[in-house]
Design a protein around this ligand. Structure first.
Ligand code: GLA
Length: 759
């Protein structure tokens, strides 16, 4: 350890161990002490934050990552390094601002900042822009103080003349090296001012010209497309202006060096925003070939008036580095989500196999129909029965009922209890669909409170799916939404809510508040959503929640902290799903990726797929069944029963394990192969899919990854067409280097097999 580091500011701990300390015992304290002693060499499971008072440099080391920043001669917080972990004794000279580039680009623009205000001639993306009541719009932030508290660092900065304080916050995850960054803006001036742009953070990459950006785009029924493009001079903006996360861009990015075609090698810098409102991530390569990534609230139409004494907390921007390629970056994110983000992290429950009625019945739900489906679902091993849209108000189709959250008396004359009791008697728990933030104009709620929706006074209210968006920023709307959900969960034994959100914003006005406060809706709406979710969870701790938005339009690390799973896409065509699920897993864990087996031919493409194929496609995530079981044959039930049982035997590996994309379905690939290796290394599960074979070419040989070369693994086919010469058991080295041949011929064929480590 570098002697010049101020010992009082040195901290290291095993984060996972510390959590257990809080719960129980002194034994873990001992373990922590042991790991503190080995900080200089340990690469995983440790986080340390150190400040060198002589050079005024902060160094954050966590898992396999180092992150270094310093206070430069102008008292600005300057980025120095982000990447693979450095040697314990490596030191950095004091930060020094970059020179300007001629008279046109001043040092404020050329210097890589951690967080920079708009002022003093800045031309790159600012992190913060403020308009003061006197018209001044210049902001220059300088270091004031810092505080290190375990795995957290906060740095207080302040404007050169005004009492605007901005605290930069960092938290390091010991297991993955992922850093959580955000900023808190505080008004200590005597008057209100308006924040016009606020990012959580800027990430600066090592200078370079051969970078490639990956990001995710999509649309309804076609989410999760992975895009790639070279990072060129100029700026690429990923964003949502929709008031919600959106599927058109998802708030995730990954940058690596161009031309690296291996999923599991090479350096990758990645990040994701935890925010479910309008957001923005800009990736900018400047004139000196520096690449910076700035993200937070979307600046478009933003304006948050901060009163004297008030604070504005930005979203969290998570960032990490992997030296194991884009596959390694995904695995770090998956691990972080499961171990640190999900509501029950580090031990979230495995997803139960669920049945959902939507595709079978659409809005035509009633007591006998749902009971009949429940009986059939239970017979194949389903663990959770979910009734979807149609059970409430005057809901016959999507023209009416949203907002009126009473049980429809024609469809359920005795309330929900008989159905819930029936579901319980079949050994399943019960889930229900809700869409709390929406209202149909044809509803009692809207007739009573037409002023409760987002709107500009006297302007049209544009409908999407015949519905309007309730302004959740309003305290009365927040109280109504919390109130009906709390009542629903108090009066009924409900284990699960599918929380839907089927349109984006239009006319985002809030006429009830002063004009200068109306744009607060972009922040207050989302914070109220989060606080409702948090309060409901606190009061009903056994209830699980799925975030759905007409499919995967509200998936991000913000809502993930308050929900247990995501609806990936309304597109349930098992072949389309290979591409959709592939994209989802770049940023999000298969353990939160809901995947239903539905009917064939699919409503999406009229494509015919075997039941086995549909199951294997869905078994790559968290399995659900969404088919019309009334139409199934006895053979279908037998197949489904067998495959649900197989899924239960592998689900921990799929939901918690390390995912390897052996052949991606991208670029119209004829094949797709994934492998998941369990945390304990005892099981590996491989899924292989063929689109269509040609000219008698065999399926490419499958070379497994992530196994212990010296260990022995026994092979078992799930629904497999393995080559005749495949051994029953062999070493990890064999499976990884000699590989496995599957015999897939024809159109839309699938196979799966497991490897079980032999003790
Ligand atoms: C959305 C969801 C579907 C279903 C319908 C109900 O589209 O994504 O799964 O719940 O709403 O109206």
């Amino acid at each position: 350890m570098n002697e010049s580091y101020d010992a009082s500011h040195t901290f290291s701990l095993c984060q996972r161990q510390l959590r257990r300390v809080a719960r129980t015992c002194a034994f873990a304290i001992l373990l922590c002490l042991v790991s503190q002693a080995s900080i200089a060499t340990a690469e995983t499971g440790t986080a340390s934050i150190r400040f060198d008072a002589a050079t005024r440099i902060f160094r954050i080391d966590a898992a396999d990552t180092s992150y270094v920043l310093g206070i430069n001669e102008h008292q600005q917080i300057q980025s120095l390094y982000w990447g693979k972990r450095l040697g314990a004794n490596d030191s950095f000279p004091a930060a020094k601002a970059m020179p300007g580039a001629a008279a046109f680009d001043l040092p404020i623009t050329t210097t890589p900042h951690e967080f920079v205000g708009w002022g003093g001639g800045l031309y790159v993306e600012p992190d913060l822009k403020i308009t003061f009541p006197d018209g001044n719009r210049d902001l220059e932030l300088k270091y004031v103080s810092h505080h290190i508290d375990g795995d957290k660092l906060s740095i207080v900065t302040k404007d050169i003349s005004r009492d605007v304080y901005v605290t930069l916050q960092y938290q390091a995850d010991a297991e993955t090296g992922i850093l959580r960054r955000s900023a808190e803006i505080e008004n200590r001036t005597d008057a209100p001012f308006t924040v016009e742009q606020a990012a959580a953070a800027t990430w600066n990459l090592p200078r370079g010209t051969d970078y490639r950006l990956r990001y995710l785009t999509g649309r309804w029924a076609g989410e999760w497309n992975v895009q790639e493009q070279a990072v060129h001079p100029g700026k690429t903006v990923l964003e949502s202006r929709r008031g919600t996360t959106g599927a058109q861009n998802n708030p995730w990015f990954a940058i690596d060096h161009e031309g690296n075609n291996d999923q599991d090698t090479g350096g990758v810098w990645f990040g994701a925003l935890g925010w479910s409102g309008s957001w923005q991530i800009s990736v900018e390569q400047d004139l000196l070939q520096q690449v910076r990534v700035t993200g937070g609230f979307n600046a478009f139409d933003f304006g948050y008036r901060l009163q004297k004494g008030e604070r504005l907390q930005t979203p969290y921007f998570y960032g990490g580095y992997s030296s194991h390629g884009i596959g390694g970056a995904s695995r770090l994110l998956h691990r972080f989500e499961i171990d640190s983000l999900l509501p029950h992290a580090p031990t979230p429950k495995l997803r139960p196999v669920l049945y959902n009625s939507w595709e079978a019945t659409e809005f035509r739900v009633d007591e006998p129909g749902q009971m009949a489906l429940a009986e059939k679902a239970a017979s194949i091993g389903v663990e959770r029965f979910v009734m979807d849209d149609g059970w409430f108000g005057q809901r016959k189709d999507d023209h009416a009922g949203l907002g009126d959250w009473y049980v429809n008396p024609q469809k359920f004359p005795h309330g929900l209890k008989p159905l819930i009791d029936k579901v319980h008697s079949l050994n399943m728990d019960f889930g229900l669909w809700v869409e709390p933030e929406m209202v149909n104009p044809n509803s009692d709620l809207y007739r009573k409170h037409p002023d409760w929706v987002l709107n500009f006074a006297g302007r049209p209210r544009t409908e999407g799916r015949n519905q309007l968006v309730l302004n959740l920023a309003r305290p009365d709307v927040r109280a109504y939404v919390y109130g009906f959900l709390d009542k629903l969960l108090t009066e009924n034994d409900i284990a699960f809510l599918k929380w839907d959100y089927n349109r984006n914003w239009s006319e985002p006005g809030w006429p009830a508040v002063a004009p200068e406060d109306q744009k607060k809706v972009y922040v207050d709406f989302i914070n109220n959503l989060y606080s409702i979710l948090a309060e409901l969870r606190a009061k009903h701790p056994n209830v699980e929640i799925e975030s759905c938005s007409g499919g995967g339009s509200r998936v991000d690390l913000g809502v993930m902290k308050l929900t247990d799973e995501f609806w990936t896409s309304d597109n349930t065509d098992a072949y389309d799903r290979l591409l959709i699920q592939n994209g989802f897993t770049y940023a999000y864990s298969p353990g939160v990726m809901m995947a239903w087996v539905t009917d064939s031919p699919t409503w999406v493409n009229q494509r015919t797929l075997s039941l086995e194929y549909r199951f294997l496609s869905s078994m790559q995530g968290s399995l659900g069944i969404g088919a019309n079981l009334n139409k199934w044959t006895p053979e279908d039930f037998a197949t489904a029963k067998k495959m649900v049982a197989q899924y239960k035997a592998i689900r921990e590996t799929v939901q918690r394990g390390a995912l390897y994309r052996l052949i991606t379905p991208e670029d119209n690939s004829e094949q797709s192969v994934t492998e998941s290796v369990s945390r304990d290394g005892k099981q590996a599960v491989t899924f292989a899919f063929l689109h269509s074979s040609r000219e008698r070419y065999p399926f490419p040989r499958i070379y497994l990854r992530g196994l212990d070369a010296g260990a022995t693994y026994r092979l078992a086919a799930l629904d497999g067409k393995l080559a005749g010469d495949t051994p029953d058991s062999a070493s990890g080295a064999y499976w990884m280097n000699r590989g496995v041949d599957v015999q897939l011929n024809g159109d839309f064929q699938a196979a799966a097999f497991t490897l079980q480590r032999v003790e």
